[in-house]
Write a protein that binds this ligand. Structure first.
Ligand code: CDP
Length: 806
C-alpha cells in the first residue's frame, strides 16, 4: 500500500541512498585546496627528520661519524642503530613475521636503506646535515637475481638469520630462502599433467613495480611528556594497527597513543606497512620532547618503501584436445628483497595467490611459492589488489592465451568453455576457496557483443594480410581478460595481521534533530568513503545521506578496525555499517510503536519512517523518532539512539569482470595506441555507480602504466635505475586511454547489502588485458611470451626478434 504513497519516489530520491550517483562530498574540500595532509600539519616547535641512506646495495658499515653533522647550526640529534639498540628498536618486526633493520646494524642490504636519522630545526638543515654524516662502507657482493640467490654457495645476505633452518612460514632450505608455501594437490596435478592430451608450459614474469601514490609516506610524532600521551599523525592505511604496533614497540600503553590518519593522497598499498621513518620520528620526539615531522621525498618513496609484485611464475596447464582444462601447476620464485616485509594476512605468505585458477573450473591444481631474499628494497604490498591477486590473475590470463595458442583455438572461446557455470556457485576451487557468486557467461557474452568481437577478429585478420603484403607497418592486438577478484579480508578464523583479526567496525550516533555521525575503522585515501558509506546508512536508517557525516582515521574516536586496503572497506566495514544501521532501525521501531501506541510488530519501515501496517497515514519519521529518543521517557528503553557493529565476514566476496581492449602497434617504433577499452565490472550491489566508475578509471590507468612501462629496475650492482618520475612511468592525461565502463550485478549472498569490493578490480583485470593485447598483436607471427612492461623499446625488440624488421 505504501508503494502507492504519492511522495514515495521523492522521499527515496531525497535519501540519496544505495544506487544513487551522489556527487563526492569530499571534493568541495579537495578542489578548493582545503585538504589536510600530513605535510600540512605544523606544530609549535616542530623538528624535522631526514635519513642518511645507503648508496650501496650490499655493504658492511665500518663506521659512522656524526661529528660534522652535529656541529651544523640547527641540528638537534643524529640517531644511529647504536642509539636505538638500548631501546630494542634498532630492528623491528615486519608484517610477515620477519624482522627489519630500522637503522643499519652493521651492514646494509639494499640501496636506499636507512643508515642514520638526522633531526634538525628545519627540513633544509636536516638535508644539509645528511650530507655531513660520514659513513665508511665496505662493499660486499650483490645479488639482485632471486635464482642466483638460491644457488649453492651464494653470498649469505641475512647474516642475522644464519643457521636458522626455519622461519615464520616453515623450513628454509638455503640461507637466502625465506619459505616454501604450497597449496593444492601436487601429486594429483602432476599425474593429470603427465597423462594430458595437451600441455602448455610457460614462465610468466610479473615485474617489480611500485604503488607510487602522489603523496609520499610521512608522519608527525608528538610526545607530550607531561600527560604521557603520544600523538602520531601519518599516512596510515591502517591507523589502529599502527597504534597497536606502536604500543607494543614503545611500551606506551595503547590508551595513551592517538594515531590520526588525516587526508591521504593515495595509498594503493604503499601506506600499509610500518617504516623506519615512523619509528625514528617517535623515538626522536620522545628524546627531544618536541614534535618531529618526517616526510619522504619521491626518490626515497620509489627506492625504499614498499614495492609490489616481482613474481617469477612457472606454469603448466593441461587440457583435452577440445580445450577443456584438466589441471594447473604453478611454481613461483618470489623476490622479497632484503627483508620479508610483505603486507599479507599472517597465515598467507603469498597472499591470496592461490586464486590463480581464476574464473575457470579447473578440477585439480597445485601452487608452490618460494620466497627469496635479494639485495633489493623490502615490501611486497598489494598494489591496488587484494594480496597478490593481480599476479594470480595475470598468470592465469596469460596461461589461457598460451594454451589457446597451443590448441590453435580462439582465446575468447577457450575462456567460455572453461568458465565456472552460474549453477556451480558457491563454487569450491581446487586450491581451497569458496567463490560466493558469479555469472561469468552472461558478462562475457555482453562484453564480446559490446565490442563486436567477431568484427574485430575479421579486421585483425585483414590487417595481418595487409602487413604481410607490405601495405602497413601496424599490427592490431585484441586484449582479452576475464578476472575473478577475492576481496574482503577477511574472516577472523583465518585472516589476521600481527594477530589482529581482520574484522571491521562502524559506530553510529543519531543526533536529537535527526542527523547522524558514523565512525568507521577504515580510512579513505581517495575512494570516497564519506560519500558512499553515508549512502549505505541512508538506505538502512531513513536519514538522507546529506545529513550523515562519516568520520574515519582517528583512533581516539573511531572504533577499532583493520583499515583500508585490498578493497576490504565495502565488504567488511560496509557490512558493519549496514548492520549498525539495522540496530538503529530496530530500536527506532520500538520508539515508533510506542509513539503510535501500537505493538512493535504493527509498524513497518518505509524509506524514511515507520508506518502502522495497513494505515499508511499513521507514521513517525526517523526525524521524529530521533527526537523522541532523547526527549521522551520510553518505558523499557534507554534514552539515546546509538549503535556499534563489529563485523567478521563469513567469507570473502568475489567480484569479477570482463575487459577487452584494442591496440594498434607500430612494429618499427614500438609505439602503441589504445583504440578502445571496454571494462565490464560486477561488484554485486552497486552503492554509487559514479564512484565505481571513478574507481575503474583510476585502476585501469594504473594497470595501463604497469603493463606498458612502469617498473622498478635494478642494475647488477643493485642500483635502482627508476628512482624518479623521469624514469618511473606515471601516465598523464596525454597517455591515458579512453574507457567505456559497463556492469552486471550479481549480489554477494552473504554480504548484508550484497556488495562486493571494486577498488582493485580494474588493476587486477586491466594488466592482463593490456599485456594480452600486445601478445595478441604478434600471435600471428608466433610470439608466445614476452615480459612486461611493454614499453616501446621492448615492443620493438619483439618485432626485431620475430624478424619483422626485414
Ligand atoms: O577498500 P577500498 O575503499 O579501497 O575499496 P572498495 O571497498 O572497493 O570501495 C571503493 C569505493 O567504491 C568506495 O567508496 C565504495 O563505497 C565504492 N563501492 C560502491 O559504490 N559499490 C560497490 N559495490 C563497491 C564499492
Amino acid at each position: 500500500m505504501n508503494d502507492l504513497s504519492p511522495d514515495r519516489d521523492d522521499r527515496i530520491a531525497n535519501l540519496k541512498g544505495l544506487g544513487c550517483s551522489r556527487k563526492r562530498v569530499e571534493d568541495a574540500r579537495f578542489t578548493q585546496g582545503k585538504g589536510n595532509y600530513v605535510d600540512d600539519i605544523k606544530m609549535p616547535g616542530m623538528l624535522h627528520g631526514d635519513f642518511v641512506r645507503s648508496p650501496y646495495a650490499h655493504a658492511r658499515v665500518v663506521s659512522i661519524n656524526i661529528d660534522a653533522a652535529m656541529a651544523l647550526d640547527g641540528v638537534v640529534a643524529v640517531l644511529t642503530a647504536k642509539d636505538l639498540e638500548p631501546l630494542g628498536l634498532h630492528w623491528m618486526p615486519t608484517l610477515a613475521g620477519d624482522k627489519q633493520m630500522v637503522l643499519a646494524d652493521g651492514k646494509v642490504l639494499f640501496q636506499g636503506q636507512e643508515v642514520a636519522y638526522v633531526v634538525a630545526r628545519d627540513r633544509y638543515v636536516a638535508a644539509d646535515a645528511v650530507e655531513l654524516v660520514e659513513v665508511d662502507y665496505e662493499e660486499l657482493p650483490v645479488i639482485v637475481d632471486p635464482f642466483k640467490a638460491l644457488e649453492p654457495g651464494a653470498t649469505v645476505l641475512r647474516e642475522d638469520l644464519e643457521g636458522q633452518t626455519s622461519g615464520a612460514h616453515g623450513e628454509r632450505r638455503h640461507p637466502n630462502h625465506i619459505f616454501l608455501w604450497e597449496e593444492g594437490d601436487k601429486a594429483a596435478t602432476e599425474a593429470v599433467l603427465d597423462e594430458a592430451e595437451v600441455v602448455a608450459e610457460e614462465t610468466i614474469y610479473y615485474h617489480r613495480t611500485h604503488p607510487c601514490p602522489l603523496e609520499t609516506c610521512g608522519c608527525v610524532a608528538s610526545m607530550d611528556k607531561v600527560n604521557g600521551k603520544l600523538t602520531l599523525y601519518g599516512t596510515f592505511q591502517a591507523p589502529h594497527v599502527v597504534r597497536t604496533v606502536a604500543s607494543l614497540l614503545s611500551g606506551i600503553e595503547e590508551h595513551n597513543i592517538r594515531v590520526v590518519s588525516p587526508d591521504i593522497g593515495g595509498g594503493f598499498g604503499n601506506k600499509v606497512g610500518v617504516y623506519p621513518g615512523y619509528v625514528c620520528s617517535i623515538v626522536a620526539s620522545i628524546v627531544t620532547g618536541k614534535p618531529v615531522k618526517w616526510v619522504e621525498d619521491r626518490m626515497e618513496n620509489l627506492m625504499a618503501t614498499a614495492f609490489a609484485r616481482d613474481y617469477w611464475m612457472k606454469g603448466r596447464i593441461s587440457a583435452t584436445k577440445e580445450g577443456k582444462i584438466t589441471g594447473l601447476h604453478c611454481h613461483v620464485t618470489a623476490d622479497h628483497g632484503a627483508f620479508d616485509a610483505c603486507a599479507d594476512p599472517t597465515k598467507f605468505p603469498a597472499g591470496f595467490f592461490h586464486i590463480c585458477t581464476g574464473s575457470y573450473d579447473i578440477p585439480v591444481a597445485y601452487v608452490g611459492v618460494d620466497g627469496v631474499y635479494t639485495n633489493k628494497a623490502p615490501g611486497g604490498v598489494a598494489y591496488r589488489c587484494s594480496f597478490r591477486v593481480t599476479e594470480a590473475a595475470y598468470f592465469i590470463e596469460r596461461m589461457i592465451e598460451v594454451l589457446a595458442q597451443e590448441l590453435n583455438m580462439d582465446a575468447a572461446e577457450l575462456r567460455r568453455i572453461n568458465f565456472i557455470r552460474k549453477d556451480q556457485f558457491p563454487y569450491h576451487s581446487a586450491l581451497g576457496w569458496e567463490y560466493d557468486s558469479g555469472d561469468y557467461h552472461t558478462a562475457w557474452d555482453k562484453a564480446l557483443t559490446a565490442v563486436n568481437y567477431d568484427g574485430l577478429r575479421a579486421e585483425q585478420a585483414e590487417r595481418v594480410e595487409a602487413f604481410k603484403r607490405g601495405e602497413t607497418r601496424k599490427l592490431m592486438g585484441i586484449g582479452l581478460s576475464f578476472f575473478t577478484e577475492i576481496v574482503g579480508a577477511g574472516p577472523v578464523k583465518n585472516c589476521d595481521i600481527l594477530g589482529m583479526g581482520m574484522f571491521d567496525s562502524c559506530e553510529i550516533r543519531i543526533h536529537p534533530t535527526g542527523s547522524a555521525t558514523a565512525r568507521l575503522g577504515t580510512i579513505s585515501q581517495g575512494q570516497g568513503h564519506a560519500t558512499t558509506f553515508a549512502q549505505i546508512l541512508a538506505s538502512e536508517i531513513g536519514i538522507s545521506a546529506d545529513s550523515i557525516t562519516i568520520e574515519e582515521g582517528d583512533t581516539d574516536t573511531a572504533p577499532y578496525g583493520l583499515g583500508t586496503y585490498g578493497s576490504r572497506s565495502t565488504p567488511v566495514a560496509g557490512a558493519a555499517t549496514a548492520l549498525a544501521g539495522r540496530k538503529i532501525r530496530a530500536k527506532a521501531q520500538m520508539i515508533a510503536a510506542y509513539l503510535l501506541e501500537v505493538h512493535d510488530n504493527d509498524v513497518e519501515f518505509d524509506v524514511d519512517r515507520f508506518v502502522v501496517k495497513g494505515a499508511p497515514e499513521r507514521f513517525k519519521t526517523m526525524k521524529e523518532i530521533a527526537y523522541a529518543a532523547y526527549n521522551q521517557a520510553i518505558p523499557g528503553l534507554e534514552p539515546g539512539l546509538e549503535a556499534v557493529s563489529y563485523y567478521d565476514p563469513p567469507n570473502m566476496t568475489y567480484p569479477f569482470g570482463a575487459y577487452i581492449c584494442v591496440m594498434d602497434l607500430d612494429v618499427d617504433t614500438g609505439q602503441t595506441e589504445i583504440r578502445q577499452v571496454y571494462a565490464l565490472d560486477d561488484c554485486g550491489t552497486r552503492i554509487n555507480p559514479m564512484v565505481i566508475e571513478g574507481q575503474v578509471h583510476g585502476g585501469l590507468t594504473e594497470a595501463y602504466a604497469i603493463a606498458m612501462g612502469q617498473e622498478i629496475a635494478y642494475d647488477e650492482m643493485g642500483n635502482c635505475k627508476t628512482g624518479t618520475l623521469m624514469d618511473f612511468f606515471l601516465p598523464t592525461a596525454v597517455e591515458t586511454p579512453h574507457y567505456t565502463t559497463d556492469f552486471t550485478e550479481t549480489p554477494s549472498p552473504h554480504h548484508p547489502i550484497g556488495a562486493k569490493g571494486v577498488g582493485e578490480s580494474p588493476n587486477v583485470g586491466g594488466v592482463p588485458m593490456f599485456s594480452n593485447a600486445v601478445h595478441d598483436a604478434f600471435r600471428a607471427f608466433g610470439l608466445r611470451q614476452s615480459h612486461m612492461p611493454h614499453d616501446h623499446w621492448r615492443i620493438w625488440r619483439i618485432a626485431e626478434g620475430l624478424g619483422l624488421h626485414g
